[in-house]
Design a protein around this ligand. Sequence first.
Ligand SMILES: [Zn+2]
Length: 311
Amino acid sequence: MKSRLLNAWASVRNGPLRGGESVISLESTGVPRSVDIDGPFEAGPHDYVMRVTLNGIGLTMAEDEILVADGLLRRFFVFRGASPDTVLLEIHSEFETGASVSVAEGMPCVIRIALPRDPLFSLMSGRRIAVDPGHGGKDRGVRGPVNLLEKDCNLEVARELAAIMASCGTVALLTREDDSYLEPGARLKEVARSSPEMAVEIHMAGEKDPLGRSYHIRAKPGCPLSRALAASISEALKENMGTAFGPIEELPGETYPGFPVVRVEPLCLTYFADEANFRAPLYRRRIAQGIMNGIVRYVRSVVEGVRPPHK
Ligand SMILES: [Zn+2]
């Protein structure tokens, strides 16, 4: 019987390499005759492509595009090959990185294509980034229709973001790690002593009209770096979640520390579907990962002065 590819998904595996690996797992009914890897080739800004050919395997699952956006792996496509017993994979990654293949025989057989996350780790490790989950304590922020509170949602996203940062060796400096109340204007004072290179404030949007939806991203006034960071986060969240941010707005005119500051409102908590979605852990993780992807691209393009490569 000819072997068939049944299913494909991606995950992040910790160790043994620094930063772990992004792994594409392919379930099949048998072992491929051979697996050939072509690339990586530069396809666009922060976009490298590898083409993988699985020989001796037919495609049972539908041809598909799978969005991953885990900071290294952007997305991959599964196609039928030129002959009925080949399958093609087109893998898009943020960094130029190789891949290794391993096959675990069994029923089903699992073919794993592993991309080392070391380039991401090298770029981000040791950096200090402030994360400010908005509100806290008696200051509850916006309230959702089924009573989720903004202060709690902000903290959850901040915790996810801190965990993602830790996996890249980045030090997340949180302004609060529990339901503490912080005086307005004093929020970033404490973390500023640790000299972070930027701060990201997490908030949720709210509308008076329960069917209204709005998403906001705001930058420190008069700071081009804050605007660049905001633009990068906005673009990454759009890619990850489909979030439609308006133009970058300005943060209210308080006194801000010297480093770039961005406030992001990736969810409209008063909108019933957004509140419902937020209860899913995977959804919260995707929001945090989108913010992180924006930070990483900002660091690459602006802080490191790496011009996005061109074709
Ligand atoms: Zn808020």
